[in-house]
Design a protein around this ligand. Structure first.
Ligand code: NAD
Length: 297
């Protein structure tokens, strides 16, 4: 039986750890929150008293934490000093590329293996075991990473060397943030021009404006049944998380001198929406800001 240390049992981590336990691994789980620990115990994990204890003797260690500061702290204080020789460390949180590369380097220097493996698929994907993982690690270690992630995954793609998983994640989410803002603007304009939204949806879905934000996750209510727009923009992918990912993309762009004017505009727009108090709404609720209907949210 594989022993896996799992640190960070929040919205995403809990379902992920539960799926690893269901697949037969011994999951030694830790979180700062007692409530999260209790849920993990109910889901079949072995609860431990600290991150160092979760790591001791584990063949693989997974972190699913809010941001880079939490990941660096836990890796440097608890994981790197306590992991068994040769253990595979996988960070699934969304963090900046530079930190991911630095931590991987420190792990290798300590005789360990490391991968960054951020995810797409949200809380529903974490619970269902259908996440899409984007992995940064040496090619010859990818099969080992894949074997650990498999019970939580629908797809596992090797993006490249250390940090490449995070690079893929922030580029994808920058594209998503821009495309959702574009679809929302198009609906807001269509409405002002007197177009029936359903008619516009049908036309754009079959024209060159077609994209995932329109046809799989439409921000206008009533057009794509599974979209958060049909449940008051609850659940889904929070505006606060989109805002975080767009900020990471802008920081990365500034570091390498990439021109991302639409990414910058999207970041400012979602940050404004978050600052207005809508950070806990799905990011597609941006449509209602653009329609001037934000008070109805
Ligand atoms: P969350 O805030 O719900 O969970 C984070 C957990 O980490 C919390 O339970 C917290 O108590 C715990 N934690 C914080 N510091 C800790 C420490 N030092 N030791 C142990 N536990 C600690 O966050 P989430 O929504 O689960 O997201 C986790 C990561 O996944 C983030 O980086 C996020 O950007 C990314 N992500 C989230 C989603 C989503 O839809 N929620 C989707 C894709 C990626």
């Amino acid at each position: 039986m594989t022993t896996i240390g799992f640190i960070g049992l929040g919205h995403m981590g809990l379902g992920m750890a539960a799926n690893l336990a269901k697949a037969g691994g011994e999951v030694r789980a830790y979180d700062l929150s007692d409530a999260a620990l209790a849920k993990a115990r109910d889901a079949g994990c072995v609860i431990v008293a600290g991150a160092a204890e979760a790591v001791a003797g584990a063949e693989a260690v997974i972190t699913m934490l809010p941001a880079a500061s939490h990941v660096s702290g836990v890796w440097r204080e608890a994981i790197l000093p306590n992991a068994a020789a040769g253990a595979l460390l996988i960070d699934c949180s969304t963090i900046d590329v530079e930190t991911a590369r630095a931590l991987a380097g420190e792990a290798v220097a300590a005789g360990l293996r490391a991968a960054d493996a951020p995810v797409s698929g949200g809380v529903a994907g974490a619970e269902a075991g259908t996440l899409a993982f984007m992995v940064g690690c040496p090619q010859d270690q990818f099969d080992g990473v894949k074997a650990v992630l498999a019970p939580m995954a629908r797809t596992i793609t090797h993006a490249g060397e250390a940090g490449a998983g995070q690079a893929a994640k922030i580029c994808n989410n920058m594209l998503l943030g821009i495309s959702m803002a574009g679809v929302s603007e198009a609906f807001a304009l269509a409405e002002r021009l007197g177009l029936d939204p359903a008619r516009f949806f049908e036309i754009a879905s079959n024209s060159s404006g077609q994209c995932w934000s329109l046809t799989s996750y439409c921000p206008w209510p009533g057009l794509v049944p599974s979209a958060p727009a049909n449940r008051g923009y609850e659940g889904g992918f929070l505006t606060a998380l989109m805002s975080k990912d767009l900020k990471l993309a802008q920081q990365a762009a500034a570091k390498v001198g990439a021109a991302t004017p639409l990414g910058a505009q999207a970041q400012a727009t979602y940050a404004l929406f978050e600052a207005m108090g809508y950070g806990q709404k799905d990011f597609s609720a941006l449509l209602q800001l653009l329609r001037g209907r934000v008070a109805e949210l």
